[in-house]
Design a protein around this ligand. Structure first.
Ligand code: ADP
Ligand code: ASP
Ligand code: MG
Length: 421
């Protein structure tokens, strides 16, 4: 049986027609290797940002449904252009949007999760020898409503398609040569990793390493999809393979550093210290589909018997969060609600930090030496995050990257043909 390879090309890789021709060549190369190819593409260049801006020129609070209608058009352009480019090179190709394929999602706008992908149409067209080009980022509900998966979500479309089709592997082609120890645009001597575990990649992606959409890593891990991040422009470089933790040999305590500047901090002041308060706040936010990241509750003040609850959210949810909390104010009997979006979350991630004391203190000392104040801290088994002032985020990343010895020296380039994984 022929193997199915899923390839995904991001916005930069399809930014203009010359680049689309380059993508067509890469796709055809894979087809010529004797494989069936399903290609997922994002919107061209900064199209999605541009569409978001136009909507916000009209109103600060566009409806979720119409935003999804709007944003899904970006991918519609690139799938058709890529299919035309492949056909122009003499190969059979067909483009499909999410509705045509049946990429079924839950009924949530702007960050829908994929529930199911229908494969009949895809298999039929693959059997006819066609290269299939699918729109990333978009989905459809049972009622035929268009949804999107969240910014950067085309990675998740690709991995979910690979899982549904039981593909041999999913290759994410992008504008860097793989996953690095931190964003190579911030720290030019960041090291490219030949391998990284699903667990570490998931934490890094959640911490702001936008090279992969977090849910793509989650899906790859769940369905055991071999996932590779590689360059659209340097095809002989095999990039980074995301692997199960048991396949990894050695760990440095820290595998990577990431920053996320798209967060906002909310403090609900003077909430009565009684059972059910946190449940009310976070229950109501969850109902509004607002994800909360770090949470800190202060000690109860003896005299007033109140405390403060601080938490972070994605800035894109800020307006909704404030209106939800304002509506709760009377019920909570709380004080002021403070908002600060001048913050960034800086994180170190590494499976090697488990049971290795001193990693957190090194992080805190490094930030202190840089004169960077820590506003909140959160930890998981393999991640430590600190909230800092937004304008200090890059300085923090550079210092942490250095102190944990992640700079490029020993990681060799892997070149050659792709092994069967
Ligand atoms: P695409 O449009 O191909 O989806 P993205 O812009 O979403 O590309 O993701 C690629 C970008 O992710 C890179 O250009 C890089 O600046 C950024 N990035 C952040 N952290 C990392 C990291 N640890 N390794 C590699 N790239 C990273
Ligand atoms: N075009 C969408 C975005 O810019 C999806 C993606 O690029 O993955 O977020
Ligand atoms: Mg992306």
């Amino acid at each position: 049986m022929r193997k199915i390879i899923v390839q995904k090309f991001g916005g930069t890789s399809v930014a203009d027609t010359e680049k689309i021709k380059n993508v067509a060549r890469t796709v055809i190369r894979e087809k010529e290797n004797g494989n069936d190819v399903v290609v997922v593409v994002s919107a061209m260049g900064h199209t999605t940002d541009y569409l978001v801006k136009m909507a916000h020129d009209l109103t600060p609070t566009p409806s979720g449904r119409e935003m999804d209608m709007l944003l899904s058009t970006g991918e519609g352009v690139s799938i058709a252009l890529l299919a035309i480019a492949i056909q122009a090179a003499g190969y059979e190709a067909v483009s499909f949007n999410a509705m045509q394929v049946g990429i079924m999602t839950e009924n949530v706008h702007s960050k829908a999760r994929i529930i199911d992908i229908k494969t009949e149409k895809l298999r039929k067209n693959l059997n006819e020898g066609k290269i299939i080009v699918v729109a990333g980022f978009q989905g459809v509900t049972e009622d035929g409503e268009i949804t999107t998966l969240g910014r950067g979500g085309s990675d998740t479309s690709a991995v979910a398609l690979a899982a549904a089709l039981n593909a041999e592997r999913c290759d994410i082609y992008t504008d860097v040569e793989g996953v690095y120890t931190t964003d190579p645009r911030v720290v030019p001597n960041a090291s490219r990793l030949n391998e990284i575990s699903y667990e570490e990649m998931l934490e890094l992606a959640h911490a702001g390493a936008n090279v992969l959409h977090p849910r793509s890593v989650e899906t790859a891990k769940q369905f055991n999809v071999p996932l590779r991040v590689r360059s659209s422009f340097k095809l002989d470089n095999l990039g980074t393979l995301i692997v199960g933790v048991d396949k990894m040999e050695i760990y440095k305590p820290v595998a990577g550093v990431a920053a996320d500047s798209s967060q906002a901090r909310i403090v609900v002041c003077d909430v009565p210290d009684k059972p059910g308060t946190a449940a009310t706040i976070f229950g109501r936010l969850a109902k509004e589909n607002i994800s909360v990241d770090m949470i800190i509750q202060s000690y109860a003040r003896k005299v007033s018997n109140t405390n403060d609850i601080a938490f972070t959210i994605d800035s894109s949810d800020l307006a909704k969060t404030i209106s939800t909390l304002n509506a709760l104010k009377a019920e909570l009997n709380c004080g002021e609600i403070k908002v600060d979006d001048n913050i960034a979350k800086v994180s170190i991630v590494g499976a090697g930090m488990i049971d290795r004391p001193g990693i957190a203190s090194t992080m805190f000392e490094t930030l202190a030496e840089q004169g960077i104040n820590i506003r909140m801290i959160s930890t998981s088994e393999i991640k430590i995050s600190c909230l800092v002032d937004k304008d200090k985020a890059q300085q923090a990343v550079k210092a942490l990257h250095k102190v944990f010895e992640l700079e490029c020296n020993e990681v060799a380039d892997v070149k050659g043909t792709l092994p069967d994984v």
